[in-house]
Design a protein around this ligand. Structure first.
Ligand code: B12
Ligand code: SF4
Length: 594
């Protein structure tokens, strides 16, 4: 063990904390909203100047009086809360990477790192940096590596173990970067688990740790802990799991749980107490809350419960801003009135403004993340056959278009992810997805489309499958889909700082300088399409891009009519469009008793 005396100028005067929790700076900042972190997960480090110019203060973080972090990602806070069941508060600290020297000392036995996406190899992250040519170094990855390097270089490194957890821990396992990053053990699973506590006990006693530990996810809602401190972006967990069983999905592997309202609200109040004005409920699908393990299938949302929950959240004194996280699109078709009621409640506290799109008097908008993934029914059947329930996956394009119509009418302009290069994806599948994107454009619908290259995620049912690995392998159609999505995103110019024009002109410059060599010839025409330098119609006539076909799809009434009669009982008649054969339960009852 390194012999550095307590109080030496090289270490903290109190010998440091026994357990030090931290997270990469870029994952911990509570600045400028979700978008900045998402951008830093995707933009390569050499473009950091763009972020610096737009958000010059992004590195300025807030501290508590003792130098610990005022806020940390929710995962760190839950682990901290879990540890505080066993250890004293002056043994445990959560701090920003720059403050590690204040807390890591000769007393330190564990440095625990929480990571969301440390190496940038997850979906919708690596692809963008790889387009620009440095596939492994998005800004977030650079800062994550910087954090690990700092821990590795600590003069006390021999004294403590480095335990990594969080949704991005698998990236270290998969790339076998334990030694490079100086990580002793990666925990896959929840910090509340007894196995996690056991691991910390072992580390504190200096026992060797396994490289990887898989811990069980609690199945009871009361077993999930809620932090009573401030979390980055005011993230408070709302649900775990999902239930739609998409084959590529990690969160769906967790049990489907909707967390108790009183605990959610307590955590919201704790955030406010510690200075947070923004709240966001973390979920894979907000619409399952209140409908888990009830007599109604979870995909028919519990309107009253949801409205009641969100109403209490946004009306909590001190909550000035509220942001939605993830949801699915079928509930918008099932219950448009729910969407309207939520809009009435949530828009006033939304920090998102879409001046060119929103009909709200202050141009406010809601922008949850929704998975579109593919427009091909064949592909959808293969990878996500229940994505659109209660509707059959055969209706997927109609569900997307109708759902988006309902959402847009209520000022919801979601970010929608698409997967390009799924295993077995054919040109026909890509054309069908392009058709859907063109159809959105034709109908004036808006979603911020985020195409990403298929990434086999650990433990999922597609873990062993292989899709496209590098941008050079993308076909002309796949490139067209990606570039069309981005062209559509820049359409209304709602991100004024991006300056759509500048992007387009810049893209040609970049292509000439670097991109044509990096991404190969299949990239050329789609990029010209994106740049707008040659009109799309001309490119279509020249046969350089696929023109797309108008789609014949079902409207809401037809979709509702396509449901199985046994599902009609769960529909809300006040939405209209009820099947003509439908007899409301009270009438059925009267008929039976007459
Ligand atoms: C909120 C959220 C965000 C927010 C805020 C993130 C933040 N910094 O707080 C924003 C929008 C910024 C975001 C961005 C991104 N996200 Co995100 N995000 C989420 C979401 C919805 C909730 C995360 C959360 O806070 N959960 C609650 C906490 C309590 O859970 P937790 O973090 O998992 O922590 C538990 C365990 O992991 C463990 N644990 C955590 N840390 C540690 C540490 C140790 C030492 C131990 C032992 C245990 C441990 O214990 C905790 C509690 O028991 C999840 C989905 C989900 N339901 O988890 C996706 C999710 C984590 N995100 C995901 C992705 C892909 C991204 C992006 C790459 C998307 C993009 N391209 O922009 C970026 C990356 C951002 C970055 N900085 O690099 C994926 C991760 C996939 C993967 N496994 O690789 C998820 C799972 C979504 C999904 N549907 O797949 N995200
Ligand atoms: S709908 Fe989303 S969260 Fe649910 S299983 Fe599919 S990908 Fe996962």
């Amino acid at each position: 063990m390194t012999q550095i005396p307590l109080g030496s100028p090289n270490g903290p005067s109190d010998g440091g904390r026994m357990i030090v929790l931290t997270a990469p700076l870029t994952e911990a900042i509570d600045h400028a909203g979700y978008f900045i972190q998402m951008a830093m997960a995707s933009i390569p480090i050499w473009m950091e100047g763009v972020i610096n110019r737009k958000y010059p203060k992004w590195r300025e973080v807030e501290h508590n009086a003792d130098g610990s972090a005022r806020y940390m990602p929710a995962g760190v806070r839950v682990v901290e809360k879990s540890l505080l069941r066993e250890y004293r508060s002056d043994d445990v600290v959560a701090c920003f990477p720059d403050d590690l020297d204040k807390f890591v000392g000769p007393r330190t036995r564990v440095v625990a790192v929480s990571t969301h996406n440390p190496l940038g190899v997850t979906f919708a992250a690596g692809v963008y940096t790889s387009i620009f040519g440095s596939s492994k170094m998005p800004i977030n990855s650079h800062y994550s590596r910087q954090l690990f390097a700092k821990i590795k270089a600590s003069p006390y490194r021999e004294n403590f173990k480095v335990i990594v957890g969080g949704s991005g821990g698998w990236q270290i396992i998969q790339t076998d970067t334990y030694d490079e990053l100086s990580v002793d053990c990666v925990v896959e699973g929840r910090g509340e688990s007894a196995d996690t506590l056991e691991l910390f006990r072992k580390a504190i006693q200096g026992e060797p740790l396994p490289r990887r530990v898989d811990v069980k996810h609690p199945v009871e809602r009361d077993a999930i802990l809620f932090p009573d401190t401030r979390t980055t972006f005011g993230v408070v967990e709302m649900t775990t799991g999902c239930g739609r069983r998409c084959k590529f999905c990690v969160p769906d592997l967790n049990p489907q749980i909707d967390l108790p309202k009183d605990k959610i609200l307590e955590a919201v109040r704790a955030n406010v107490r510690h200075g947070n004005k923004q709240i966001s409920l973390a979920t894979e699908d907000m619409f399952i809350w209140g409908q888990v393990h009830t007599d109604t299938p979870f995909y028919f949302p519990n309107r009253e419960a949801l409205v009641d929950l969100y109403s209490d959240i946004v009306n909590t004194p001190g909550v000035e801003q509220h942001v939605l996280s993830h949801c699915t699109i079928a509930p918008a078709v099932v219950d448009p009135l729910l969407i309207k009621q939520l809009s009435d409640l949530l828009l006033p506290k939304s920090p998102i403004h879409f001046p060119y799109l929103s009909s709200h008097p202050e141009k406010k908008a809601l922008a949850p993340l929704i998975g579109l993934e593919t427009g091909s029914v064949r592909m959808a059947k293969q990878i996500m056959s229940s994505k659109g329930v209660p509707f059959s996956i055969d209706e997927w394009p109609s569900v997307v278009l109708e759902g988006l119509r309902v959402l847009n009418e209520n000022n919801w302009f979601p970010a929608m992810t698409l997967i390009v290069g799924n295993p077995g994806e054919t040109d026909q599948d890509v054309m069908e997805t392009i058709d859907l994107v063109y159809e959105m454009e034709r109908r004036g619908l808006f979603a911020f489309l985020i195409p990403s290259i298929f990434t086999p995620l650990h433990d999922t049912r597609m873990e062993k499958e292989e899709g496209v690995r590098q941008t050079r392998q993308l076909t002309p159609l796949q490139w067209q889909l990606m570039m069309k999505c981005w062209k559509m995103n820049l359409r209304p110019g709602q991100y004024s700082w991006w300056g759509p024009m500048a992007w387009r002109v810049g893209s040609i410059g970049m292509w000439l300088y670097k991109l044509r060599r990096l991404n190969g010839p299949n990239f050329t025409w789609p990029l010209w399409m994106f740049s707008g330098a040659i009109p799309e119609k001309t490119l279509q006539r020249m046969g350089k891009i696929y023109p797309g076909k108008p789609m014949k799809t079902k409207n809401r009434r037809e979709l509702i009519a396509s449901l199985k009669p046994k599902d009609w009982q769960y529909l809300r008649a006040d939405n209209g469009d009820m099947p003509i054969e439908y007899v409301p339960p009270q009438v059925q009852y009267q008929t039976q008793t007459a």
